[in-house]
Design a protein around this ligand. Structure first.
Ligand code: ADP
Length: 399
């Protein structure tokens, strides 16, 4: 049985066709520049093929994708009917969806009513779902898997902000948290790797990519996380500022003459590693620049390492201990420098990184701590698509 996994943005659409019998990826790729001109970068096994195909809309991108999967010499299935279900990543499920669920018209209206909570992501997700439903027949179940669901177990004391409570009641302002599928996958996977039941472990998961968040996972349940109402809170990220003194917002609006769009752009697109370094939001380039003596690139790395250290220490305290810290996402999986900086000060809780193991380690499931380290730290490559495919199979009740 095959499941198509979709992760849509406003002008792009990532896809993966998964064979569920052995959970292998048959084909994957990216439809990009939707609405501009259109290009598909398609990958089968190790082979990458680029096609320039005009698609003015998401619907046409889906039509081209189905054509690519079913026809021509690169076809991987003979007919669309081989796709048993489609799973969609949806960024914000609000507090209505604590689990993945079958997509219905009613769900789409609820999602439309909360687009204010994720204006950068949800409109694109909804548009893509509607387009996909037009291309696939009604008999193909479509399932939504929310980034926020895994965090629905966070207790009130960690999700209510200390602002007037009516703001929560009126506008649903609270911590939702994101990257839920990734935190869920790596926390469960590290338990398997450690050979211990997840129900007995306290895990801190660090998903570090262009967007980054840390989560405290106690006995398999998220009990706190760094992202909040939106994916802007918490760690400084590629171009996002993360948590800053809220007064900076009004101060800069006054001093720099910024309107809400201007300040949003500054915080979402011009801050983070890019803002501090003045160079780039790309961690590889920052590491290289720091190595060559670029002071602000080095400062950017120090800030991220220090913030991670603080969140890990804080979440360990929140859970009353920690058994394992997990690093994932492009940076977490690949940057030995950031992993080392994050763990440098954690000797006091019993975590010691083995430099020989950590140095140069990339995208492999490995324990990077010394043998006698009481608290473990692992690199676990994430697999959000697999979580979406598994949930889709379960929600659609496919055998
Ligand atoms: P997204 O959040 O868009 O999925 P990724 O998880 O792919 O992002 O992470 C992208 C980040 O990972 C970039 O900052 C990139 O520089 C960083 N990264 C990728 N490979 C390496 C590497 N070898 N060393 C350090 N950083 C890396």
């Amino acid at each position: 049985m095959k499941i198509l996994v979709i992760n849509a943005g406003s002008s792009s659409l990532k896809y993966q066709l998964v064979e569920m019998s052995n959970e292998s990826v048959i084909a994957k790729g990216l439809c990009e520049r939707i609405g501009l001109d259109g290009r598909i970068v398609h990958q089968i096994g190790g082979e990458k093929i680029k096609y320039d195909v005009p698609f003015p809309s998401h619907q046409q991108a889906f039509e081209e994708l189905v054509k690519l999967l079913t026809t021509g010499d690169k076809a991987v299935i003979s007919d669309m009917s081989e796709i048993a279900a489609v799973g969609h990543r949806v960024v914000q499920g609000g507090d209505r969806f604590s689990d993945s669920a079958l997509i219905t018209e009613e769900m789409l209206s609820v999602l439309e009513s909360i687009t204010d909570l994720a204006p950068l992501h949800n409109p694109a997700n909804i548009m893509a779902i509607r387009a996909c439903m037009k291309v696939f027949s009604k008999g193909v179940p479509q399932v939504a898997v929310f980034d926020t669901s895994f965090h629905s177990s966070i207790p009130e004391k960690a999700f209510i902000y200390p602002i007037p409570y009516e703001m929560y009641e009126k506008h649903r302002i609270r911590r939702y948290g994101f990257h839920g599928t990734s935190h869920r996958y790596v926390s469960a996977r590290v338990a398997e790797l450690m050979g211990k039941p997840l129900s007995q472990l306290k895990v801190i998961t660090c998903h570090l990519g262009n967007g980054s968040s840390v989560a405290a996972v106690d006995c398999g349940k998220s009990v706190d996380t760094t992202m909040g109402l939106t994916p802007l809170e918490g760690l400084g990220m590629g171009t996002r500022c993360g948590s800053i003194d809220p007064s900076i917002v009004t101060f800069l609006m006054d001093k720099e003459g910024l309107d809400t769009k201007g300040i949003n752009d500054l915080m979402n697109k011009k801050s983070g590693y890019l803002g501090v370094s003045g160079l780039t939001n790309d961690m590889r380039d920052l590491e290289e620049a720091a190595e060559k003596g670029h002071a602000r690139a080095a400062l950017t790395l120090d800030i991220l390492g220090y913030q991670l250290l603080k969140y890990i220490g804080g979440f360990a305290a929140a859970m009353g201990g920690v058994d394992a810290v997990v690093f994932t996402g492009g940076i977490g999986e690949n940057s030995d420098i950031i992993r080392a900086k994050a763990c440098e000060g954690l000797g006091f809780i019993g975590l010691t990184v083995d430099e020989k193991i950590n140095n140069g380690l990339r995208s492999k499931e490995v324990d990077i701590t010394t043998k006698d380290s009481k608290v473990k730290a692992w690199v676990v490559p994430t697999n959000e698509e697999l979580v979406i495919a598994r949930d889709t199979k379960e929600v659609a009740k496919l055998k």
